[in-house]
Write a protein of this length. Sequence first.
Length: 198
Amino acid sequence: MHFVHPVTLEDRGVRLEPLNLSHDAGLRTAAADGALWNIRVTSVPEPDHTHRYIEEALTQRKSGHRFAFAVVEKDSGKVLGTTSYHDILPPVKRVEIGHTWYAQSVQRTHVNTTCKLLLLTHAFETLDCKVVGLRTDHFNFASQTAIERLGAKKDGILRHHALRRDGTIRDTVMYSILASEWSEVKAHLVYRLNQYAP
């Protein structure tokens, strides 16, 4: 039995729904918004490869290692990007949040903070996780700043850890939020979201 079950999460005009092949066209458009696949330190697929990207995510869901969501604008149904639980470890009640990317047009909006609030709330309050991890490339400074703004603590750097798409090997910066820290992190995220103009 899988630790993460299919669920749809929704708040502030953003809906997270289980990623499936029906999201292919929307995900292709989101990936093309800003030519995100050209950014060396991200894993955004080229628009022509979103079908394969979804298939890989579904294979990983079947194995219990990853559960991917489509990020959807509630009112329009437009696909804005994707995010996932991954490296799911039921025995220690740990998940990580990652494989996250958004169309350039919704970056630096309330979308990412809303998605993190939804995923963290579900992880800590429904799945009863004891820790939620986040990771990013050592050279993805924007991502590190965004993770630190969430209130996550830096655990350290895994050196020579993973392949980038271009074949180079990256160092990975690891972060985490403990269950004991969740109430304060949640209050901070809600406060931040309330600062966005409606």
